[in-house]
Ligand binder design. Structure first.
Ligand SMILES: [Mg+2]
Length: 232
């Protein structure tokens, strides 16, 4: 018997290389609307976006707001005057391009193939539903993963423990201590998982310092370390 009955994966930055897809989609979407792009625009976008996602995680705003507001803010900071209707078009164009990006993290496919049929697996993501469903389909991970749970569809986002409990229920897991949450975000994956009584594993590929007051049960640098932790 394995050490866990269920593995819950975060999507972006854990199974998918979100950064690579985000960069490509942003550059192409801005180019399509004649907005000059360079590395500093990407950095600015990322900081605006992560601030808005923090508000979303605190239930202050919803994802419909985030998807347009991040571009309204970015364009305004860049001093580009665009009609609100066109800002919405840029936002939609970006999402469409992002939906076509499904770059797997190093070792993700091998890991899922290895675990497939041996342990139940779910993906739990705060991402935007249409984007995540599209990338899920493109990645082919549906062959291995039992369920894809998207906070936008549930109505609560990580780190709210309610969405983790929802995930356990959907997967028929009655013992949270037999579930392992694997994710790259202390603030959403580890904090929320722990609050729901789930065992947590911080995927920390860059060896970042943990500046939070939360201590994950486990920490890994590579996805290939996971099978040993699961006992297989
Ligand atoms: Mg993540």
């Amino acid at each position: 018997m394995l050490n866990f009955d269920l593995v819950i994966f975060d999507a972006d930055g854990t199974l998918w290389d979100y950064d690579a897809g985000e960069r490509k989609a942003l550059e192409a979407a801005l180019a399509a609307f004649g907005v000059p792009y360079d590395e500093s625009v990407l950095q600015r976008y990322r900081s605006i976006n992560s601030e808005l996602w923090r508000l979303l995680e605190q239930n202050v705003v919803n994802s419909d707001f985030v998807r347009v507001e991040r571009f309204r803010k970015l364009l305004s900071e860049l001093g580009i005057d665009m009609h609100p209707f066109d800002v919405q078009r840029v936002a939609a164009d970006y999402l469409e391009r992002l939906s076509a990006q499904a770059v797997p993290m190093k070792g993700a496919e091998e890991l899922l193939r290895l675990l497939s049929g041996r342990v139940r697996m779910a993906i739990l993501t705060n991402g935007i539903s249409a984007v995540q469903r599209s990338r899920f389909a493109l990645s082919g991970f549906g062959r291995y993963i039992n369920d894809l749970i998207i906070s936008e569809e549930v109505g609560v986002a990580k780190p709210d423990p309610a969405v983790f409990v929802h995930c356990l229920n959907r997967l028929g897991c009655t013992r949270p201590e037999r579930a392992l949450m694997v994710g790259d975000s202390i603030a959403s994956d580890i904090r929320g998982g722990a609050a729901a009584g789930i065992v947590t594993c911080w995927f920390n590929p860059h060896g970042a310092p943990n500046l939070s007051d939360i201590t994950p049960d486990y920490e890994i640098r590579r996805l290939s370390q996971l099978p040993e932790l699961l006992g297989c």
